[in-house]
Design a protein around this ligand. Structure first.
Ligand SMILES: *[C@@H]1O[C@H](CO)[C@@H](O)[C@H](O)[C@H]1NC(C)=O
Ligand SMILES: *[C@@H]1O[C@H](CO)[C@@H](O)[C@H](O)[C@H]1NC(C)=O
Ligand SMILES: *[C@@H]1O[C@H](CO)[C@@H](O)[C@H](O)[C@H]1NC(C)=O
Ligand SMILES: *[C@@H]1O[C@H](CO)[C@@H](O)[C@H](O)[C@H]1NC(C)=O
Ligand SMILES: *[C@@H]1O[C@H](CO)[C@@H](O)[C@H](O)[C@H]1NC(C)=O
Ligand SMILES: *[C@@H]1O[C@H](CO)[C@@H](O)[C@H](O)[C@H]1NC(C)=O
Ligand SMILES: *[C@@H]1O[C@H](CO)[C@@H](O)[C@H](O)[C@H]1NC(C)=O
Ligand SMILES: *[C@@H]1O[C@H](CO)[C@@H](O)[C@H](O)[C@H]1NC(C)=O
Length: 663
């Protein structure tokens, strides 16, 4: 009987368990990962598999992390608490999580925790710790880092730290990567990073540091100091080799070229948006006199012997947005490996590369938006240069063969200068004061807009396999029928925008690859006659004086055209059916269709209407007037004919009479 009762009890239990299974967890469990993110949870779900490796609780409402809720998950490797409301962590909570490697506590209220002056306890195995966005201020990070011997990657991004103390990282000496981006650091105590033997990457960007007077982190590979208030950067004078590869000093207030490690492996140096006036590392004698009593010299141990320093492995140098007036060509003997040099937006008036320092590895040179009048590239220099940016300067004359000397040149950005195009490539008196673009066998992109060009001579680009040719914004430029001859096989983009062109004699159908043509903002009344079907896919005819498009033009375009811009033309609505069909054809996209209007005549006045709203009756209205005119004319003609017939009918009698009379 007892046994039977027992069996019944078990059965009942089984059945209840079957009917009311254990509360399912709200999380998604996949292999050994539990995803409990964005569920408005206020506590850690209890019934997850106890052996999970990854637990994602980001985007919830957790406030207190205690043993009670977390202690079961001791096997976890990866804990994500990003974006909760955590303000309390039970000290020692992570001590028993022997496998915990990644701990993300970003975007919480850990400043409230740190304000209690309690330590989080040992983070024995944690390698990556994210404390970004927690409102932590100076010294608060100490409560997390005191005992983190395995920590390699630390983010303190977006806190309110004002000072890095000497011992800030004393408990986390295995650090390799420290992110202190976006704090308000004013001061770094001497020695703060020195004992971090593995430190390779340090991001101090977006802070308030005003000087680095004694840089001595030999082990560092990448240092980001962009967006601070640095006035100078100086390395400790030493013959030791530095490992530094990347140095970002962009957007500071640096006045002189930084004093870099004498023995360096630097490959990347960004000095853009500073206050450099030259690439000298020191002030001139007069400036020194002036600076003598200022705070500047208090920090700087000037090394007056060192004018330019060797940067033998530097590949990238950005000096854009400074106030540099000249760069002595000798500077480039120190940067022989450079591949990218950006000096745009400075005050250069002339620029020279000579054979002493030929920069034969340079691929990209940006000299745009300076005040360049003179430019000189010596023989056998810049042999690898592929792209040259010279837009926005005052170049009027260049040696006519400047670009023939660049055997790898692919792109020339010469817009907004005052250049003239030579008609041939030979050294002849007529080639004085112009620059030749023909027979540059590597040239694919040429931008010459805004050069006040007067004409584009015949065969100006012959022998240069251009894909893109931009001649826009040269109002009044004369374009010859053969200006583009030689580009038949290569040209894909042609812009003749804003040139006051009244006609264009070039048959664009001979350019077999031409796909994009911009003829907008001109005064064209028609397009040239095209010999065959064109390959043009996009044609911009906006803002011209077109009344219609010739039947043959439409025929030549119809097959290939995909996009047509046609707004702001005095088009005629009627008697233009082939052309209107082009608009209606579904395969042609007219992005500016709302501005394409045409005119039809109504009661002897011209009325403008959106082209998409043209109906046949608009043209019939016009016909009604014509009908009257035509009727009148026809009537008149008929009467004349009648008159003639009548007179003719009368005449024979008279003739006869006359004949008779003669006879
Ligand atoms: C967290 O702990 C504080 C006190 O330490 C307590 O006032 C608060 O109610 C706790 N919050 C939750 C969600 O348990
Ligand atoms: C940790 O830092 C190193 C550089 O020190 C970096 O290469 C790596 O991607 C970082 N790891 C993680 C998981 O962020
Ligand atoms: C330095 O930091 C800035 C701002 O965070 C970032 O935009 C830039 O890419 C970083 N520079 C390097 C070399 O990584
Ligand atoms: C830079 O140094 C050179 C050579 O010492 C000197 O002639 C020049 O005036 C200096 N330029 C500036 C702007 O300090
Ligand atoms: C040179 O720097 C300017 C401004 O920083 C930038 O706009 C330009 O793209 C850079 N040039 C190249 C070739 O990267
Ligand atoms: C440019 O060169 C011309 C003659 O070669 C010279 O007269 C002029 O001073 C130079 N201009 C600059 C800014 O160097
Ligand atoms: C055509 O272009 C000229 C020059 O840019 C401009 O002033 C004018 O407003 C444009 N006309 C129309 C109708 O868009
Ligand atoms: C053409 O249509 C656009 C928008 O659809 C309108 O703004 C414009 O006024 C119309 N123009 C004429 C002439 O009806």
């Amino acid at each position: 009987m007892g046994a039977l009762l027992w069996v019944v009890v078990i059965l009942v239990n089984e059945v209840t368990a079957f009917i009311h299974p254990r509360q399912p967890s709200p999380c998604q469990v996949h292999q050994k990962s539990a995803y409990c993110n964005d569920l408005s949870l206020r506590t850690v779900p209890a019934r997850l598999p106890p052996d999970i490796h990854k637990l994602d609780l980001s985007g919830n409402l957790l406030q207190n992390l205690t043993h009670e809720v977390l202690a079961v998950y001791t096997t976890v490797h990866h804990l994500n608490f990003h974006s909760n409301k955590i303000e309390f962590i039970q000290p020692g909570l992570f001590k028993d999580m022997k496998n915990l490697q990644v701990l993300d506590l970003s975007r919480n209220y850990l400043d409230l925790f740190a304000a209690r002056k309690t330590h989080v306890g040992p983070l024995t195995s944690v390698e990556k710790l994210d404390l970004s966005g927690n409102g932590l201020y100076t010294d608060m990070s100490d409560y997390f880092l005191q005992d983190a011997p395995a920590l390699k990657n630390l983010s303190l991004d977006g806190n309110s730290i004002t000072k890095i103390g000497k011992n800030t990282f004393a408990g986390s000496s295995a650090l390799r990567n420290i992110d202190l981006h976006n704090n308000v650091i004013l001061d770094i105590e001497e020695g703060a990073f020195e004992y971090l033997d593995s430190l390779a990457e340090l991001d101090l960007s977006v802070n308030s540091i005003s000087c680095i007077a004694d840089f001595n982190l030999h082990q560092l590979k990448s240092l980001n100091l962009s967006k601070n208030s640095l006035e100078h950067f100086q390395t400790r004078d030493s013959d030791r080799e530095y490992e530094l590869l990347y140095l970002d000093l962009r957007e500071n207030k640096i006045l002189y070229f930084p004093i870099l490690p004498r023995k360096n492996k630097l490959i990347y140096l960004d000095l853009s948006r500073n206050l450099l006036r030259s690439i000298n590392t020191t002030a001139t004698a007069e400036e020194l006199e002036y600076l003598k009593n200022t705070e500047y010299l208090a920090h700087v141990h000037l090394n007056l012997n060192q004018k330019h320093q060797d940067l033998p492995q530097l590949l990238f140098l950005d000096l854009s947005y400074n106030q540099i007036k000249t760069i002595p060509s000798a500077f480039f003997t120190t940067t022989m490996a450079l591949e990218t040099l950006n000096i745009s937006n400075n005050c250069l008036e002339s620029f020279t590369i000579d054979q002493e320092s030929p920069l034969n590895s340079l691929k990209t040179l940006d000299l745009s938006f300076n005040a360049l009048q003179n430019l000189s590239f010596g023989e056998s220099t810049l042999q690898s240069l592929e792209v040259l940016y010279l837009q926005g300067n005052y170049l009027t004359t260049l040696e006519f063969d400047t670009f023939h000397r660049l055997p790898s040149i692919r792109g020339l950005h010469l817009q907004q200068n005052y250049l003239t195009i030579c008609s041939s490539q030979s050294r002849s008196p007529q080639n004085h004061g112009c620059v030749s673009f023909s027979s540059v066998p590597t040239l694919h992109y040429l931008y010459l807009s805004g050069n006040s060009l007067e004409s584009v001579p015949q065969y100006a680009f012959r022998g240069s396999p251009l894909y893109i040719l931009d001649l826009s914004e040269n109002p009044g430029v004369e374009i010859h029928e053969n200006s583009f001859s030689g580009l038949e096989a290569t040209l894909t983009h042609l812009s003749l925008k804003s040139n006051h062109l009244q006609e264009l004699n070039t048959d664009l159908s001979v350019f077999g690859n031409l796909k994009f043509v911009d003829l907008s903002i001109n005064k064209l009344t028609g397009l040239p006659l095209w010999a065959k079907e064109s390959s043009i896919e996009s044609l911009n005819l906006q803002n011209n004086s077109l009344v219609t498009l010739e039947y043959n033009t439409v025929l030549a375009l119809e097959k290939s055209l995909k996009t047509l811009y046609m707004g702001s033309n005095p088009l005629r609505c009627c008697g233009n059916s082939r052309f209107l069909n082009l608009f209606k054809a579904s395969n042609v996209d007219i992005p500016d269709i709302d501005t394409v209007t045409c005119y039809y005549r109504k009661d002897s006045e011209y009325v403008e209407i959106n082209i998409s709203r043209v109906m046949s009756e608009h043209c019939q209205t016009l016909d009604r007037t014509s009908v009257i005119v035509i009727s009148v004319v026809v009537l008149a003609v008929l009467m004349v004919v009648l008159l003639v017939v009548v007179t003719k009918l009368c005449q024979p009698t008279r003739h006869r009479f006359n004949r008779n009379f003669k006879a």
